[in-house]
Design a binder for this molecule. Structure first.
Ligand SMILES: [Zn+2]
Length: 268
């Protein structure tokens, strides 16, 4: 089985600020994955992306990319939907150029639609996008934490049956969406048809009312706990990429690596 671990973005300790410096730093730390964060915009063109991909391949770093946050396939504004589709296409093409494994997309908020209507709109939007794309990179629809956003695990799995996307798991989001509960065994059971699972991990904070919210905190906060996830992955021999989204990017990636090694897994 293969486990890929690494930061969401350029490591904090990276001396250079470029994506290539980031990839090299990831490898030098003994990590084997990195997500390129296009959260504001897709800041690489295809030529630059190819270069990043070449270096990542040489260093043994598996790449993924995060699409810009400003995407909503359920918007009331047609122009926002069209711009969203273009942002997805742009992310996918650049990710393809770097031979990334998958992209993660925050696909929509319900925007006052019923869950059914939102599902239809998301599906239609993705079909339009997929018609224009011929890529190997997996198009990942991320599970979302806020209940106002499209993307329960159930919705994303249903979507996978109807369009060519993958569920992009975010363990912190699942925990927030289910009000501070998570059953890793149940979730991985629902994902066992996947040869490789792509995922994010972060711990999250509580608000003043004591509810967990999608605010990222270091892994030491232990909510959700990481070790039971690692145990469940090893028990099931599930191939997986886990991108660390805590504020302590590479530090917490290495903490996660240590947990796997403590459980007997070897990354060699
Ligand atoms: Zn995300």
């Amino acid at each position: 089985m293969k486990i890929f671990l690494g930061p969401a973005g350029i490591p904090i300790v990276s001396k250079g600020e470029s994506t290539i410096d980031g990839v090299k730093t990831v490898a030098s730390l003994g990590l084997n994955a990195m997500e390129i964060e296009f959260v504001q915009q897709v800041y690489l063109n295809e030529t630059q992306a190819k270069e990043v991909g070449k270096i990542a391949k040489d260093c043994g770093v598996r790449l993924s990319a995060h699409a810009p946050y400003y995407i909503n396939l359920c918007s009331k504004e047609k122009s926002v939907i069209e711009a969203s589709k273009n942002r997805i296409i742009r992310t996918a093409l650049v990710a393809e150029a770097m031979e990334a494994d998958a992209i993660a997309i925050h696909i929509a908020s319900y925007s006052e639609l019923s869950a059914d209507a939102a599902f239809k709109k998301v599906k239609q939007g993705l079909q339009d996008v997929l018609e224009k794309l011929s890529v190997n990179v997996k198009i990942g629809v991320e599970v979302m934490g806020k209940k106002t956003h499209f993307g329960s695990l159930c919705e994303v799995l249903k979507l996978q049956k109807e369009v060519k996307i993958i569920p992009y798991i975010d363990w912190g989001h699942l925990f927030v969406r289910d009000d501070g509960k998570i059953n890793y065994g149940d979730a991985l059971e629902k994902l066992k048809h996947m040869k490789h699972v792509n995922s994010h991990f972060t711990c999250v904070a509580k608000n003043a009312k004591g509810q967990y919210i999608d605010q990222h905190v270091p892994i030491i906060y232990d909510a959700p706990p990481f070790k039971p996830l690692a145990e469940e992955i090893l028990k099931r021999k599930q191939d997986i990429t886990i991108i660390c989204e805590t504020p302590l990017l590479e530090h917490d990636s290495l903490v996660m690596k240590g947990v796997f090694e403590g459980l007997g897994h070897s990354f060699d």
